[in-house]
Design a protein around this ligand. Structure first.
Ligand code: PGA
Length: 268
């Protein structure tokens, strides 16, 4: 990776252990940042540069605590970049919540992405949860078509769940999966209790883009912070690849880069 943070060790994750590091598909594409803000700033700058060179860029945007700093850093840069022509597609949405519900991902992105960046509401497309309830297959197909009609995703932002999910592709997801309704994993629901107040209040289903949808993006930036993510991240870095840790299914994508802090990298 071109701009590896200064104090990022050459092979911080032991990806070369037991073999030639150059044989690891992720070799050179993992940055371990001393502080998460440096990861957030790096990725925000990449987005700003992308939009400068391609004003109609199509972004894939993620929700979750991991992304808040990226959007904050992007908002700082938005003063110097014209974002009025970008389009953004989100990864997933809970079923059973109205779009106005403060816990919906639409609401999250309105308050952390659309608002601070001064975007028009129509610049962000999110899965239609009520349509997905009524006709999951049609809603899923329409979402895929919408992304394709926009020309595909130029840069996809991704977090990772403690269980290795990306978007709501829960353990057991297939590399060929496309947008669909999925039952949420219990680890995912437990991790959402902090937001919803109780386990009973956490939705049981969501609509999510698939692994194959994510693999269609030209570039993917996966960010992970904190030691709670180290086990899942370790599987991405060292394998084996398998649907039990869905993020590993992205390893072969040549545009995938990981930005980690020391905790997520499994370093002290
Ligand atoms: P987080 O979620 O950013 O809130 O940790 C990431 C994810 O589950 O994909």
């Amino acid at each position: 990776m071109a701009q590896r943070p200064k104090d990022s060790p050459a092979d911080p994750l032991g990806i070369g252990q037991g073999g030639d590091p150059s044989e690891n598909p992720l070799s050179g594409r993992v940055a371990v940042h001393p502080e998460r803000v440096s990861a957030e700033a790096h990725v925000a700058q990449e987005i700003a540069d992308l939009v400068r060179s391609r004003p109609g860029a199509v972004l894939g945007v993620a929700t979750g605590g991991t992304m808040k700093g990226v959007y904050r850093e992007l908002a700082v840069r938005a003063r110097d970049v014209d974002l009025s022509r970008i389009r953004a597609f989100s990864l997933d949405e809970f079923l059973g919540l109205s779009p106005e519900n403060p816990h919906s991902f639409r609401a999250f992105l309105e308050s952390h992405f659309v608002g601070p960046l001064g975007l028009g509401a129509e610049q962000l497309v999110t899965p239609d949860a009520s349509w997905a309830e009524a006709d999951p297959a049609a809603a899923a197909r329409a979402y895929e078509d919408h992304i394709a009609e926009a020309g595909g995703i130029d840069l996809q932002l991704l977090g990772i769940g403690r269980n290795g999910h990306v978007a709501f592709n829960e353990p057991g997801s297939l590399a060929a999966s496309r947008t669909r309704v999925i039952r949420l994993d219990e680890v995912t629901r437990a991790d959402a209790v902090g937001d919803f107040g109780s386990l009973d209040a956490v939705p049981t289903r969501a609509m999510t883009v698939g692994i194959a949808t994510i693999l269609d993006a030209k570039q993917i930036r996966l960010l992970a912070f904190g030691e709670g993510k180290a086990a899942a991240v370790g599987r991405v870095l060292r394998g084996p690849v398998g649907g039990d840790v869905p993020a590993t299914l992205l390893n072969a994508h040549e545009g995938l880069q990981l930005h980690l802090d020391r905790g997520a990298a499994g370093l002290p």
